[in-house]
Design a protein around this ligand. Structure first.
Ligand code: 6MZ
Length: 339
């Protein structure tokens, strides 16, 4: 079988996907047409604005988030966006998706409304698209600690109502803003509530903050681009998986080119568990299949390597052992029948 088809059809596990970054240009237009009508002035304006985001760097991608946030600031926009993002991952044969998003107070919604709307979108998206989806709730480091506290405090109510959908917390946001240390008490509270934690760590060069994050502890590490060997070794000993996002890092210029991506070293040295993720597949115009194909192209990833990566992602997913067992079966069956 042609490798592109093999990878596309492979059941995949996505552990690092930000909702508002996961909508492709086509999907944003589809969303715009549904929200405003394809003949409206708003729709024409939206389509024009989209062309401004062809090539984003780290700063540019945070501008694009502001643009996306306007589209998803209403209940209808957010609900549709959640379903469309889930549909796009399902189309790429993602069997398990861990979506993450930052609850926001908008003109129309409180953080509670935002969270409820995303959860309802997930319930509907799962029904429509035959895919397992859970949610990580993001804490944005560029916002205040009070905002983070507000977010953490609304979670318990929704956790019991939407059984098993809320899987954990993501610490993210512009890495050039805010201080990790300020958020430690809030994250500690989430940990006491038995929420798993994925931390954007070493996305930029900031060794003292990275030490502090490792000392605090995490279940998974987002990016890990600037980890020193010693820091990587510590994470490896704690069995913390590194969520590598090849295209995102190259497009944001935190990694010069694919061939120099830290994924290669971590994967070949086995210094820590490592998984492939998209980060913001809409903004960076990629898919999880494409990330596997890039890894094949630049690091000679074999089919057994692909299976290993997928099973590692299952091992480190924030789901129960029963769900993991089912996911492993789906992946193993595919590789048994196709290899
Ligand atoms: C850090 C990122 C990110 O939450 O509105 N986000 N944080 N580094 C990145 N690397 C490129 N990509 C996305 O999705 C968008 C938000 O996710 C975080 C940022 O806080 C961004 O505003 P949601 O659904």
């Amino acid at each position: 079988m042609n490798i592109n088809i093999f990878v596309h059809e492979m059941p995949k596990v996505e552990l690092h996907a930000h909702l508002n970054g996961s909508l492709s240009v086509n999907t944003i237009q589809e969303l715009g047409a549904k929200l405003y009508g394809s003949k409206s002035e708003e729709f024409t304006h939206l389509s024009e604005q989209l062309t401004n985001f062809d090539n984003v760097d780290l700063g540019g991608c945070f501008e694009k988030f502001d643009f996306m946030h306007k589209l998803t600031s209403t209940r209808r926009g957010l609900h549709l966006a959640t379903i469309l993002a889930i549909r796009d991952f399902a189309k790429d044969n993602v069997a398990y998706l861990e979506l993450r998003t930052t609850p926001k107070n908008t003109e129309e919604m409180s953080k509670k409304d935002y969270l409820e709307c995303v959860l309802e979108g997930i319930v509907r998206g799962k029904e429509l698209h035959n895919i397992l989806v859970t949610l990580l709730i993001s804490i944005d480091r560029s916002q205040s600690v009070a905002e983070a506290e507000e977010t953490i405090n609304i979670i318990p109510k929704f956790r019991s109502r939407y059984n098993n959908i809320i899987a954990g917390i993501d610490f993210s946001g512009n890495p050039n803003k805010g201080n990790f240390s300020d958020f430690k008490p809030v994250l500690e509270k989430a940990r006491e509530d038995n929420l798993k934690l994925s931390v954007h760590c070493a996305e930029i060069h900031n060794p003292s903050e990275v030490d502090e994050m490792i000392e605090f502890g995490m279940d998974r590490c987002g990016h890990g681009t600037f980890l020193t060997d010693q820091q990587l070794h510590k994470l490896g000993k704690q069995k913390v998986a590194i969520e590598c996002c090849l295209t995102s890092n190259v497009k944001c210029s935190t990694v010069a080119k694919y061939s120099e991506h830290h994924f290669r070293n971590i994967f070949t040295s086995e210094s820590a568990p490592v998984v492939l993720c998209t980060d913001d597949c809409g903004i960076f115009n990629t898919t999880l299949s494409n990330e596997f194909l890039m890894a094949k192209k630049y690091f000679a990833l074999s089919k057994p390597d692909m299976m290993k990566l997928s099973l590692t992602a299952v091992d480190h997913a924030f789901v129960s052992e029963n769900v993991k067992r089912d996911l492993r079966r789906i992946i193993e069956r595919y590789f048994d029948s196709e290899c």
